[in-house]
Design a protein around this ligand. Structure first.
Ligand SMILES: [Zn+2]
Length: 169
């Protein structure tokens, strides 16, 4: 399976969220709502995710695991229903689509990063006249991907221990 298109929507406001992305595979399948985040260990491509929920012990309605009161019956919910990841952070979201193999994840990251850099370059060179191109065909990115491979390795993939646990959700 190969990436054939990447859409990049730059997030121009300050903060760690740098872009929203969608990726097309083999010209026939799209995954939307990926987020490119400038994290403490470099850029990280966050998969589309949903908030984790569990059921109220009183009425069985679904609530987010961080809620203190049931949205349906209003009764108090048990504390500490969210589990923690290996860094001790509460696990409040679960990926709804994600790569299984590390090599595929790396490839996806490299392709999205290449599209992101090109979109950003465009924004910087055009200044006020910037019109988002957004859609990048893989052919337009190939040189950039090769450059990145020679450049720095994406060390954020060493962090993936906690994501492996996510896979079992
Ligand atoms: Zn309830």
């Amino acid at each position: 399976m190969k990436v054939t298109e990447v859409r990049i929507k730059l997030n121009q406001t300050a903060g760690r969220l740098k872009a929203y992305c969608s990726v097309t595979f083999d010209d026939v399948f799209v995954i939307r709502e990926l987020k490119l985040i400038d994290g403490p260990n470099g850029y990280f491509l966050a998969m589309p995710s949903k908030k984790l929920e569990d059921r109220c012990p009183h009425c069985s309605a679904k609530n987010q695991v961080r809620s203190h009161y049931c949205n349906w019956c209003g009764k108090r919910l048990p504390e500490n229903r969210a589990s923690s990841d290996m860094q001790g952070r509460l696990r409040l979201y679960a990926d709804v689509a994600h790569p299984i193999k590390m090599e595929f994840r790396q490839m996806l990251h490299d392709v999205v990063m290449a599209a992101y850099r090109r979109e950003k370059e465009l924004a910087e060179t055009m200044g006020e006249n910037y019109q988002p191109k957004e859609l990048w065909r893989i052919e337009e990115l190939s040189n950039y991907i090769r450059l990145e491979e020679i450049g720095k390795p994406s060390d954020e993939y060493l962090l993936d221990e906690d994501e492996k646990e996510n896979d079992s959700l």
